[in-house]
Design a protein around this ligand. Structure first.
Ligand code: HEC
Ligand code: HEC
Length: 423
């Protein structure tokens, strides 16, 4: 089941050394298989890509996440309070009601009770003015779920031949994009779309470039895992196998039990999706120069141009209106028809969701198909007219949206251990 894979290192056109599966075809990097060459530089890597490492064995011990873990946010506290309240006998509820009027006591009580009843709930650490993202009522954030989701995000066992994890395409150092034009899935069939970064996905709806029905992170997980157009992780028709594979690892048994006490720690795709979604909601990026209001003089000029020409669509704290626009002439012969593929409405041909511009300097190449090789190219393709100096100022502004802390934050990287044991 875990196919042996050969990996090749190659020098990407940005000068960085990367590693690719030997059998990969069709990606921008041009690695075409055993003995392949990318600009003459492909060679046998002689090592496994860390991202494809399989996760390991057992130990009955758990550890805390690096991330912010303590008591609940206001919203979660309210949800928890309702929940706890409903489970307590009526006589006790009356007493509780008295305590309720002294709000602070209640918080102490619920926090204490919860820490015994289940995992500590999640506390968001967000800058002033940014409110917590919406969380589905049936998947509240907990530290245990986030920890499990993080491990799953980096686990190649979610793919048909055990060679591809979410992080194969969504790499932290690229703000969870991957630096390639497109990234083929496990069957090597060429991919269609560029891998987007995942900063602040918790706030995005709809998700992906052109699917209005893809509205929750939980539901989105099915696309890479089971999708067939294109095949990414290749598990279509093999849903049950996911539980079987993960269930063989007794550390996963412990982690699922902690994350999902409400359904007996079931190891199945639904819980995998819930845990992944919870981890993805922690991909929060608010540490850019723009967030700190430390714009360089060029970026300041750029911000004025941006407000004039761009902010209508790249609006709000995530620089997207979440709407789908057509920027280039529609052409029914294009391989990717954007929103039209979902609606069948002619006017929707070539319409794509406005991408967020957070970390945009790290997520290139750009455009839904990765065909824009520079930010200047991406800007020019909007059909707006700018002097070269204006484009440079706009780029300086876009640079101020990158968050160096986000791509280094340990709690978002590949975990080095699970259940107290190195992975
Ligand atoms: C083979 C590469 C690949 C793999 C593996 C992959 N993705 Fe993606 N991901 C993509 C591409 C390409 C898109 C854009 C798809 C589209 O717009 O149709 C995307 C889009 C997304 C989005 C939507 C982002 C947004 O801005 O709306 C999320 C969330 C996401 N992926 C999460 C995941 C998770 C979780 C996994 C693992 C279960 C995963 N991806 C595995 C390539 C990949
Ligand atoms: C009419 C709405 C609209 C306006 C105005 C607009 N954009 Fe965009 N922008 C989009 C859409 C939609 C895309 C995605 C296009 C695609 O992938 O086909 C996009 C893509 C981009 C990208 C590529 C992002 C990526 O991750 O691939 C950049 C960079 C960008 N815009 C910057 C700008 C700048 C700078 C301006 C102002 C000069 C601007 N945009 C004005 C809607 C808009």
């Amino acid at each position: 089941m875990r196919a042996a894979i050969s990996l090749y290192s190659y020098k990407h056109n940005d000068g960085e050394r990367r590693y690719a599966q030997g059998k990969g075809v069709g990606s921008d990097v041009g690695c075409i298989g055993v003995g392949c060459c990318c600009g003459g530089i492909c060679q046998s890597a002689g090592r496994r890509d860390a991202r494809l490492r399989h996760f390991g064995r057992v130990r009955r011990k758990t550890r805390a996440l690096d991330g912010p873990v303590s008591i609940a946010s206001g919203r979660e506290q309210r949800e928890r309070v309702t929940h706890v309240h409903a489970m307590i006998p009526v006589s006790v509820q009356h007493k509780l009601l008295v305590w309720l009027s002294t709000g602070s006591l209640l918080i102490l009580f619920s926090a204490g009770l919860l820490s015994k009843a289940s995992e500590p709930v999640w506390r968001w650490t967000l800058p002033a003015g940014v409110s917590a993202p919406p969380i589905p009522a049936d998947n509240p954030m907990t530290a245990a779920k986030v920890e499990l989701g993080r491990r799953l995000f980096y686990d190649a066992d979610l793919s048909a031949d055990g060679t591809m994890s979410c992080a194969t395409c969504h790499e932290q150092k690229h703000a969870f994009a991957d630096g390639n034009r497109t990234h083929p899935g496990v069957t090597d069939e060429p991919a269609r779309r560029n891998v987007p970064g995942l900063a602040n996905v918790a706030w995005f709806t709809p998700l992906t470039f052109a699917d209005p029905a893809n509205t929750t992170l939980e539901a989105q997980v099915a696309s890479p895992v089971f999708g067939i157009r294109p095949v990414e992780m290749g598990m279509a028709g093999r849903e049950a196998e996911i539980g079987v594979r993960l269930g063989r690892d007794s550390c996963y048994q412990v982690m699922f039990a902690r994350a999902f006490p409400e359904n007996g720690g079931r190891i199945d795709f639904a819980n995998v999706a819930r845990a992944l979604a919870s981890f993805e909601r922690t991909l929060v990026s608010h540490g850019s120069a723009w967030d700190r209001q430390q714009l360089s003089p060029d970026a300041k000029i750029g911000s004025t141009l941006f407000a004039r020409d761009c902010a209508a669509c790249h609006s709000g704290p995530h620089f997207t209106d979440s709407a789908m626009h057509r920027l280039e002439a529609a052409d029914p012969t294009f391989a990717d028809q954007g929103l039209f593929e979902k609606t069948g409405i002619d006017a929707d041909r070539g319409r794509f969701r406005t991408p967020s511009l957070r970390n945009v300097t790290l997520t290139g190449p750009w455009w839904h198909d990765g065909s824009a090789r520079s930010l200047a190219d991406a800007i020019a393709r909007h059909g707006l007219t700018h002097e070269p100096a204006e484009t440079n100022h706009l780029i300086a502004f876009l640079e101020s949206l990158s968050d160096p802390e986000f791509i280094r934050r340990k709690s978002l990287g590949m975990p080095s251990e699970a259940c107290g044991k190195p992975l």
